[in-house]
Unconditional design. Structure first.
Lengths: 582, 309
């Protein structure tokens, strides 16, 4: 789409009044060791007073850089190299550092992404809110403190007065995000920049916070600029949408219209990859033909063979590879003094996984889903109950048997940056399990690594590269290849696609589905993302506070959720009821 | 918190006995006869030797000697040197001098080190940062005695700003130059540690958020970067208190200071068990108290660390 087209897109606001924010042909770049790298290449965005606009795009698209450039929060190496950022007609790229300090907080508020890292851990909450108030008003002393309590109460912390002296680590993620929203809105700014304000939060918390934010900004008449990778969130919360790709705006206009009818091929891909409740399970293109039975009778096989085959298949379809029975995990938490309290991280959980199927464990943080994964992998000891794998009690395994079990059950973890050793080449990383289990010689291992790279659709040349040279999606493919190296029966995927952009996420999910069909793998899929569950799982267990509240085939859970908590989870997914273009 | 401090102080008791026992044992096992060390070339009559041996319990087995020693400490008697001086006299004379020297060095390395480290960290990659790195590397790699002699030559002998050696009472003015020498290596480490810590925190999310609040640059640096950056530095300073007291031996030698280092060195060569053990025991206690102080400071700087575990 050309610049003229974007400029001509009508805004919902009164056409005669000047827009609150107008970004014209913005260019931002970063100084790197390999020279100057442009990150934003000629972006135009117009936002009227009282409006909400969302910039969407995958990581690296320049959406956050654009937002940070507005109030010059770019990291040291970043620099605006061209264009204008007009805020109420004043070009923010031209003003002095002290003038910018006046604009920040007072006129343009900012709500950052990760509530865990955005509050200073060594100062209490009251101090951090109060300093924002003092910086942007004349209030001092008691008046500033009273306003602090007021701001926090408005942000949804009812007991703010009692919690001023508490530190960030004593607050939950949702509460911290409320504090950050309070800080962002404390001076009643005309514009609020919300950079992925809820992507680190659980879906139900996200809903509450976004609802609250919407109420506040509507009451104050604040314009909001959302930065998000979540199309559902964008369509639900913003009137206007700007789609960015590789530093450029590829499509802009009314949010609902764009997502219902995307014109640019990139937007189309993005929309198609967005997992939503309307999606269906990915079917493998390579899935073996299901008409096997018919084909055989056509060529006239004897009844005996047919019956034998049928028996075999009957037996082959149903047996449970993993049975989890009344599983509990109790952690003892030390209290002040000598007291101890029990934390029942996993509480009387039972489920089973049939061979060759995918079972998803879904829940919010703290639901115990990851603990179940660790117990199944035997990385933690079981407090009570049992896990049976292929007929054997997993807890009783020792020595060689345990090693054999580990060979058959492999993990893939969430963070593809953290779970690969940065000083190990890709080839060594994938070959390491083979060496640990003393399989093959150097040559056969090399061959196996090449074969695995091929299976996860990476070129053979990747073998000599290092994790930092690869993208997140490529790294996660390597984590999958490493898990496959020992030809396991089961792969435990703990939030394996949560850190990935939607397009990459789609690719990895398709890869996993293909591998399952090809190799007959069984997956235990741990995730907080219900929309992803719908794409890959055959069965779903919904967990809440250590317990399973609902177990059912995937379609039943989505079409007819029984438990109240499941219903709430489904309800909270942003854009749940919006029909994306397919 | 007071419960925590009390418990930590109680921990001093077993550590004190463990440390004194080990050191006493090591001094006891040293080769050489204290009598020979005491009288040198001309041995005294056998009767005198026997009297001295009786007086100092030298004929008793090691463990008995140790208990005599501990018994003495509990009654306030730290024993006497072989020349008849009470060990407590030596302690009272030597420790204040070394302590003053170490504290002066500590103050210098903390103030100058943190300041330079902060500036270097804020201007990472610029000229100031580069020079700070080169200078600190130089200080780390040049041995203390070389640096000591150079500074002594330039500032005391050539320029005459300081006295060449420290006078008897070791007044603070005389200790400035030795303190600079003593602090040099730790100063270099603190510059580097602070710089790394500051430049890490500079990119922290909460610093960006503080800027976005509309705070001035000065406030962002002093309130949000400095305090967080000091946490690792404080740990280093605590460990360094011990190192400065012990490391003063070389510096004390160069500037002829009559402190702990020289006294312990002489006592070791003479095989004077009570002196060595008493001095080391006091050092152990200082070291432990310094560590306790660091842990308290640490908790004050970082509220996530709760002391009452």
């Amino acid at each position: 789409m050309t610049k003229e087209q974007i400029m001509s897109i009508p805004t919902v606001a009164d056409e005669t009044s000047a827009p609150l924010l107008e970004i014209r042909d913005l260019q931002v770049g970063f100084k790197t060791q390999r020279g100057f790298v442009p990150a934003v290449k000629g972006v135009n965005i117009t936002l009227g007073a009282g409006q909400t606009l969302a910039i969407v795009g995958e990581s690296g698209s320049g959406k956050s850089t654009t937002a940070q450039a507005i109030i010059n929060l770019l990291p040291g190496a970043g620099k605006v190299t061209g264009g204008q950022i007009l805020f109420e007609g004043r070009d923010l790229t031209k003003i002095s550092a002290s003038e910018m300090e006046q604009v920040r907080g007072g006129q343009i508020g900012y709500v950052p992404q990760d509530p865990m890292s955005n509050l200073n851990p060594v100062w209490n909450i009251g101090f951090q809110v109060e300093e924002a108030i003092r910086a942007n008003s004349n209030l001092t002393g008691k008046a500033a403190r009273a306003r602090t309590v007021e701001v926090l109460q408005e942000a949804g912390l009812a007991d703010a007065a009692d919690r001023l002296k508490q530190y960030p680590h004593q607050f939950s993620g949702g509460m911290r995000q409320r504090v950050l929203i309070g800080i962002g809105l404390s001076a009643r700014p005309k514009l609020l920049i919300a950079d992925e304000p809820t992507s680190a939060l659980d879906v139900t918390v996200q809903r509450t916070i976004l609802d609250h934010l919407a109420t506040l900004t509507r009451d104050y008449g604040t314009s909001v600029l959302f930065i998000t990778h979540d199309l559902g969130l964008a369509v639900e919360r913003a009137e206007q949408l700007v789609v960015m790709y590789k530093g450029q705006v590829v499509e802009a206009g009314n949010a609902r219209e764009i997502l219902a009818n995307p014109l640019h091929p990139y937007t189309q891909r993005l929309v198609a990859a967005a997992p939503s409740l309307a999606s269906r399970r990915i079917q493998s293109a390579r899935r073996p033909e299901t008409t096997d039975h018919m084909a055989i009778s056509d060529i006239g096989a004897s009844d005996d063979t047919l019956i034998a085959r049928a028996d075999k298949r009957e037996a082959g379809v149903h047996p449970d590879l993993i049975t989890v029975d009344h599983l509990s995990k109790i952690y003892n938490i030390r209290q002040r003094g000598f007291g101890k309290t029990e934390l029942r991280a996993v509480d009387d959980v039972s489920f089973s996984i049939a061979k060759g199927t995918t079972t998803a464990l879904v829940g919010e943080s703290g639901s115990g889903k990851s603990t179940v994964a660790k117990l199944v992998l035997q990385l933690e000891t079981i407090s009570s109950g049992s896990i049976t794998f292929d007929g054997a009690d997993v807890a009783a395994l020792k020595g060689a048997d345990l090693l054999a079990f580990r060979r058959r059950v492999q993990p893939v973890f969430q963070d593809p940056y953290g779970s690969l050793d940065p000083v190990y080449s890709v080839g060594n990383t994938i070959a390491e399990p083979l060496m640990a289990h003393k399989i093959g010689d150097k040559k056969s291992r090399q061959a196996r690594v090449r074969e695995l790279l091929d299976q996860v659709a990476l070129p053979a040349s990747t073998i000599n590269r290092y994790p930092n040279e690869l993208s997140g999606g490529q790294r996660q493919r390597i984590a999958v290849a490493r898990a496959l190296a020992l030809k396991p029966d089961v792969i435990v995927l703990d939030e394996a696609v949560s850190a990935l952009d939607v397009l990459v996420q789609g690719q990895i999910l398709t890869l996993l589905t293909d591998l399952q069909a090809e190799l007959g793998l069984t997956y235990l899929f741990i995730t907080h993302d219900l929309a992803v569950v719908r794409l890959v799982a055959d069965n779903v267990c919904v967990m809440q506070k250590g317990r399973i509240v609902e177990t059912a085939p995937t379609d039943d859970v989505f079409d007819n959720p029984q438990d109240q908590y499941t219903q709430r989870l489904l309800e909270a997914i942003p854009g749940a009821h919006f029909a994306f273009a397919r | 918190m007071w419960g925590y401090v009390g418990r930590r102080l109680l921990q001093l008791i077993p550590v004190f006995f463990g440390a004194t026992f080990l050191i006493y044992f090591m001094v006891f096992s040293l080769p050489g006869d204290p009598i020979a060390a005491l009288f040198g070339e001309r041995p005294p009559p056998e009767a005198v030797i026997q009297t001295i041996r009786e007086q100092y319990h030298l004929n008793d087995p090691f463990i008995v000697q140790y208990f005599y020693y501990v018994g003495g400490i509990l009654t306030g008697d730290l024993g006497t040197t072989y020349s008849g001086r009470p060990v407590s006299d030596l302690l009272v004379q030597a420790f204040p001098i070394t302590f003053r020297l170490a504290m002066l060095a500590l103050a210098f390395e903390a103030i100058a080190g943190i300041l330079l480290g902060l500036i270097a960290g804020l201007r990472k990659g610029k000229f100031f940062d580069g020079s700070a790195l080169v200078v600190s590397l130089l200080l780390i790699s040049v041995p203390t005695f070389v640096l000591g002699f150079i500074l002594q030559y330039v500032f005391a002998i050539q320029l005459g700003w300081f006295r060449t050696t420290v006078s008897a009472g070791a007044p603070l003015g005389d200790l400035v130059l030795p303190a600079l020498v003593l602090a040099s290596v730790s100063f270099a480490y603190i510059v580097r540690l602070t710089r790394a810590s500051v430049s890490d925190n500079l990119g922290a999310d909460f610093v960006r958020t503080a800027t976005a609040k509309g705070l001035s640059r000065r406030r962002v640096v002093s309130v949000h970067i400095l305090r967080n950056s000091l946490i690792p530095v404080v740990t280093f300073l605590g460990v360094d208190v011990g190192a400065l007291m012990v490391g003063a031996i070389v510096t004390e030698g160069i500037f002829n200071i009559n402190g702990v280092g020289g006294t312990v060195y002489q006592a070791v060569t003479r095989g004077e068990g009570p002196t060595v053990v008493s001095f080391v025991a006091v050092m152990v206690i200082i070291y432990m108290l310094a560590n306790l102080l660091v842990d308290l400071l640490y908790a004050a700087l970082d509220p996530r660390i709760r002391l009452a575990k």
